[in-house]
Write a protein that binds this ligand. Structure first.
Ligand code: PXP
Length: 260
């Protein structure tokens, strides 16, 4: 199974200070050395993390394929056609959201999607659609002639977190409040079955299947078992863990500089 590492979160930290560091470009060598297969970045309309200059440099300098996520916005698609990443994953985007909250509304935006996909493919860019796992989304995606689909695993991750961890409900779409463990277990099983069956259907239709959103070191295990999913794109949990796996060394380096 391939791993795309979403490095937006490095730019989130930089943009909090509006300075030069940490630069997501510096992650390229580490991501490659660590054995990942792809760099994923999201050029958002509000530029809250990755900037156009990041995307230009990352695409120019990466020896790994770049999967660029973006919204169905003419301004962004114009930029993306210039940038020529290996793949574009079309995602829904809302200014007020903290992160991409669901899959594309592919039925409601058919004509815009069709023309955007055509434009990207004319520019020799592979296209992926970030969709919620439903059979309708899979068949419509197939009809659009895209190479990839990526299933939004946010619902699965939220159910998992409610069952096994602490979920801050304020950011998530599933009202967890009074759900019993038995109900959550059933929901988790159903969501996994849906992902497994739809991935297999999509693969049989000739689509390549990726998945992502909210995957972490605990909940990823169930997804890895789904053979028809070729690739996962993971960001938050990897960057979050890297803070703690790197914090000790960072403090030692600074403390050493303080020795008189
Ligand atoms: N895949 C897509 C299409 C996304 O929009 C995101 C979030 O930017 C991810 C994967 C990675 O999600 P997370 O940061 O929760 O791992």
């Amino acid at each position: 199974m391939k791993l795309g590492v979403n490095i937006d979160h490095i730019a989130v930290l930089r943009e909090a200070r509006k300075i030069a560091d940490p630069n997501p470009l510096d992650a390229l060598g580490i991501v490659k050395k660590a054995g990942a297969d792809q760099i994923t970045i999201h050029l958002r309309e509000d530029r809250r993390h990755i900037q156009e200059s990041d995307a230009i440099n990352i695409i120019k300098l990466s020896s790994m394929p770049i999967n660029l996520e973006c919204a169905l916005s003419t301004e962004i698609i114009d930029i993306v056609c210039e940038l020529q990443p290996h793949r574009v994953t079309l995602v829904p985007e809302k200014r007020e959201e903290v992160t991409t909250e669901g899959g594309l509304n592919i039925l409601g935006e058919q004509s815009l999607l069709k023309s955007t996909i055509q434009r990207l493919q004319d520019n020799e860019i592979e296209v992926s659609l970030f969709i919620d796992p439903t059979i309708q989304n899979v068949t419509v995606s197939k009809n659009f002639g895209v190479e990839w689909i990526e299933f939004h695993t946010g619902k699965y991750a939220n159910i998992y977190a409610m069952l096994f961890g602490n979920l801050d409900n304020t950011h998530h779409s599933i009202p967890s409040l009074e759900l019993s463990r038995a109900t959550l277990s059933k929901m988790l099983k159903e969501e996994l079955t849906t992902l497994r069956l739809l991935s297999s259907d999509a693969m049989k239709l000739g689509l390549k299947v990726a998945a992502g959103h909210g995957l972490n070191y605990q909940n990823v295990q169930n997804i890895v078992k789904i053979k028809s999913i070729e690739e996962l794109n993971i960001g938050q949990s990897i960057i979050a863990r890297s803070i703690f796996s790197g914090l000790e060394e960072a403090i030692i380096d600074m403390k050493n500089l303080l020795i008189r």
